[in-house]
Design a protein around this ligand. Structure first.
Ligand code: MG
Length: 206
């Protein structure tokens, strides 16, 4: 087994009159986060941590802000792509640890819901998702939200995964084992969309 680690960071400015979405969770607040997409800085930082862990570039590599297609995009799309990339590289998530830094809204009252939402999006047990919140004391960041994320990955043991998945599957004796495995994995991650490597572009989605 091999392990990889990835680091993600993102920041967005608050903007009145737009919806606030953090960690895939819609939050009732008078201001949202300005951005080309839905401004979900936590999902952006998680996406970058996952892509970084398998050296697959960053969020701007796949979703350049110059492309109008991603205007107002749901950031779960970006996260799904990162999940596909780590699966393609032969890895799965062990755990993630996140820090959100913002004055408002207070994260503590919604942290449990946010953690559940992120765990669900990543198909992780709750115990493997940590979300912490800090206020930006002394940083003069009143109008900005910041996220830091560390993700730990471990390699998928293919022979063991074969045994486990095929043991649970209704497989005819003569079935091609690799074909069965690919089909089962495809149910979790759309690996048919994998293999694309756009030109490297470090612009972030803002
Ligand atoms: Mg962003």
């Amino acid at each position: 087994m091999s392990m990889r680690i990835g680091l993600g960071f993102d920041s967005h400015a608050f903007k009145p009159g737009v919806p606030l979405v953090i960690g895939g969770l819609k939050i009732d607040h008078p201001e949202g986060l300005a951005g080309h997409s839905d401004g979900d800085l936590l999902l952006h930082a998680i996406t970058d941590a996952l892509l970084g862990a398998v050296s697959a570039g960053d969020i701007g590599t796949f979703f350049p802000p110059s492309d109008p297609k991603w205007k107002g995009a749901d950031s779960t799309v970006f996260l799904q792509t990162a999940l596909e990339e780590i699966a393609l590289a032969g890895y799965k998530i062990v755990n993630i640890d996140c820090v959100l830094i913002m004055h408002r809204p207070k994260i503590v009252p919604i942290a449990a819901d946010m953690r559940e939402r992120v765990a669900d999006l990543l198909s992780l047990d709750l115990k493997n998702v940590s979300i912490k919140a800090k206020t930006p004391e002394g940083l003069n960041h009143d109008g900005t939200a910041v996220a830091h994320v560390v993700a730990l990955l471990e390699s998928i043991d293919l022979p063991e995964e074969h045994k486990k998945l095929t043991a649970e599957a209704d497989v005819p004796d003569e079935a091609d084992i690799d074909g069965v495995f690919t089909t089962l994995i495809s149910k979790t991650h759309d690996i048919t969309a994998l293999g694309r490597k756009p030109a490297f572009d470090t612009d972030d989605l803002t």
